[in-house]
Write a protein that binds this ligand. Structure first.
Ligand code: ZN
Ligand code: ZN
Length: 612
């Protein structure tokens, strides 16, 4: 939007309606009564059509120079068209006697900042305000900064930050809090946010919440939890919004002990348990491995939203308890809560993780038939996954061919993985070659092809693929595993020697290896070749990150303690088989959350029944 003067807007908008006669005919009416009447009418104005009617009567009663009426006019509607219309009228009403003030501009800026779109219009009116010599006050900036946050422009944010300093609001805690939030919303701005936060002369619960929430949204979960701990030490009071952010960071880390502690902390500090906070607790328990506790919390909730239902359905799905997901879904429908598209993603992935092909089809069809929800890419993806995992590769391929939307590469890659697992290697090869033609820089396509050649025993072709990857300078996502012990979170990568106790850990890995061999374990050596997408091929199997984390836990925890680890990728076949042996040999329950789901290992078997 280009800056233009209010005068030019005057000519564009409503000048034909300004008429001297109207002025005179209403001259006898008490101005005060007209003003009150008009304000009352504006109070109940709910549509653009009504706003236009009221505009005429404002003009008739000569109130177009009344700043109180004009301000009200600007704030009546949250509808973008109405705001646009209103602001055009407001600036058209300019006369020599009418002096726009900060309150008036704030109203217009706020109206725009609150809409989902048109945040640039908020900035436009802020610049207009400055251009007209109207001095912003401390209520101006939170809305301007909110608009900057919505636009996500670091450059703009820094400009506004500069003028906050010049005008002298750089010590106002409310303005600073919004600025911290703004920087967290701009790409590359989190460092600025933290600097600002650290240098704040005084902070309140909103400041902590803005910074912790920023970290949590950006996936910087360790930083979010670290800052929360600092908040407690410095005596900061937690509010509900902060706790929702900390819980989401904790969920991301998969840190159950921290999560349990957070729950008791919420009770101790009497943080009000809103539906959002309860939902965050349910999600945390489900995704940190205690899905039964999540279900208990869900059952105890007085009021449930679709998010509450979806959280428990997802939770059950991740733990391979697909039938329970299905029955929760049926219960939800009976309770009168209509599912949305996210619920269906949860439900279909539950069917997929538990191999419920028939139910999967039934629910997929019911989406459109019973709930008028058009399947999106994710729903098609779930179906392809379900059919592929169940070995129905041909059906999966037919399904993809008949999709009414263009399948995305994720869907094709799912299909290729199925081809590899179920021996449809030629088909897999041809799909993958097509994928590489379409996305020549996407690393996982090459890995898939390389794995297919390994399975075909075409070593030369496989080597060529690896060489092509190296030539293009592609790097794989390194596998890493997190573990929480005594309130600390440790992270291991394959072949890690960064830990100060790495020698003991490696000795423990050797010992585990000897014990496992004695118990009949055979390393899945082909995995070195097959699963190079999951771990670096140079690293030998027993140095995969999850084995290091398990060895560390065996060293550090008393016998009988459950071990919980979080893997960033899908757990490989060899680690899966080794973990089964370890759970039996050392008599430990081992809970592994990988990229897709939970595995509960106990007494030599896994809850996923080797289906993941
Ligand atoms: Zn592994
Ligand atoms: Zn498993």
């Amino acid at each position: 939007m280009q800056l233009s003067s209010p005068k030019s807007k005057l000519l564009r908008a409503v000048s034909p309606l300004l008429c001297r006669q109207c002025h005179q005919s209403t001259a006898t009416v008490s101005k005060r009564a007209a003003e009150q009447n008009c304000l009352a009418l504006l109070q109940s104005c709910d549509s653009l059509a009504r706003l236009i009617q009221l505009q005429a009567s404002i003009l008739k009663s000569g109130l177009h120079g009344n700043l109180l009426v004009l301000t009200k006019f600007a704030s009546t509607s949250s509808d973008l068209d109405a705001i646009d219309y209103a602001s055009r009228f407001l600036f058209a009403s300019e006369s020599d006697t009418l002096l726009y003030d900060a309150f008036f501009f704030n109203t217009v800026i706020r109206a725009y900042a609150r809409t989902g779109h048109a945040k640039d219009s908020a900035i436009f009116y802020y610049k207009l305000m400055l251009g007209n010599g109207v001095w912003p006050n401390k209520f101006t900036y939170p809305f301007v900064l909110k608009a900057c946050a919505g636009l996500g422009s670091l450059k703009l944010g820094e400009q506004v930050h500069g003028s906050v300093g010049k005008i002298g609001f750089d010590t106002d805690v409310h303005v600073l809090n919004t600025m911290v939030h703004m920087y967290c919303c701009c790409e590359g701005g989190v460092g600025f946010a933290r600097k600002l936060f650290d240098e704040m002369p005084k902070s309140d619960s909103v400041s902590w919440s803005a910074m912790i929430g920023g970290y949590a949204r950006l996936g910087m979960s360790g930083d979010a939890v670290g800052l929360f701990r600092r908040m407690q030490i410095s005596g900061g009071r937690p509010d509900e919004i902060t706790m929702v952010s900390v819980l989401s960071a904790c969920t991301d880390l998969g840190a159950l002990e921290l999560g349990k502690w957070l729950e008791s902390y919420i009770d101790k500090e009497k943080v009000p348990k809103s539906v959002e906070l309860c939902n965050a607790l349910i999600d945390m328990f489900a995704k940190c491995g205690d899905v039964d506790k999540a279900l208990r919390l869900f059952r105890d909730m007085g009021e449930r939203t679709i998010v509450s239902w979806t959280s428990v359905i997802v939770g059950m799905a991740m733990h391979g308890r697909g039938l329970e997901s299905v029955s929760l879904f049926e219960e939800m429908k009976e309770a009168g809560t209509a599912p949305d598209d996210v619920t269906f993603i949860a439900l279909l992935s539950a069917c997929s993780h538990s191999g419920l092909v028939e139910q999967g089809w039934q629910y997929f069809n019911s989406m459109t038939k019973d709930f008028a929800i058009l399947p999106k890419m994710e729903h098609y993806g779930c179906m392809v996954d379900l059919l592929s995992r169940s070995g129905l590769v041909k059906e999966a391929l037919d399904f993809v061919k008949k999709m009414p939307i263009e399948p995305n590469p994720v869907i094709w890659r799912t299909l290729v993985a199925a081809c590899r697992a179920h021996g449809e290697l030629n088909l897999g090869e041809s799909i993958t070659k097509q994928l590489i033609r379409n996305e020549p820089m996407h690393e996982s396509n090459y890995v898939l092809l390389s794995n297919i050649y390994a399975k075909m025993y075409h070593w030369e072709k496989k080597t060529k693929v690896r060489e092509a990857m190296d030539k293009k300078g592609m790097r794989k996502i390194p596998g890493s595993t997190m573990i929480e012990l005594n309130s600390e979170i440790y992270e291991f990568v394959a072949g890690d020697k960064a830990h100060n106790q790495y020698k003991e850990i490696y000795n423990m890995v050797d010992e585990m290896g000897r014990e496992m061999k004695r118990a009949g374990y055979l390393p899945t050596t082909s995995e070195v070749l097959l699963d190079i997408d999951e771990e670096d091929k140079e690293d030998t199997l027993n140095l995969h990150s999850e084995k290091l984390a398990i060895a560390f836990a065996l060293l550090k925890t008393p016998p009988g303690t459950s071990i919980r680890i979080v893997k960033n990728l899908r757990v490989c076949v060899d680690c899966h088989s080794a973990t089964k042996f370890i759970s039996k040999i050392y008599d430990r329950e081992i809970v592994v959350r990988d990229r897709n789901r939970f595995h509960h290992f106990r007494d030599g078997i896994c809850s996923c029944n080797d289906f993941w």
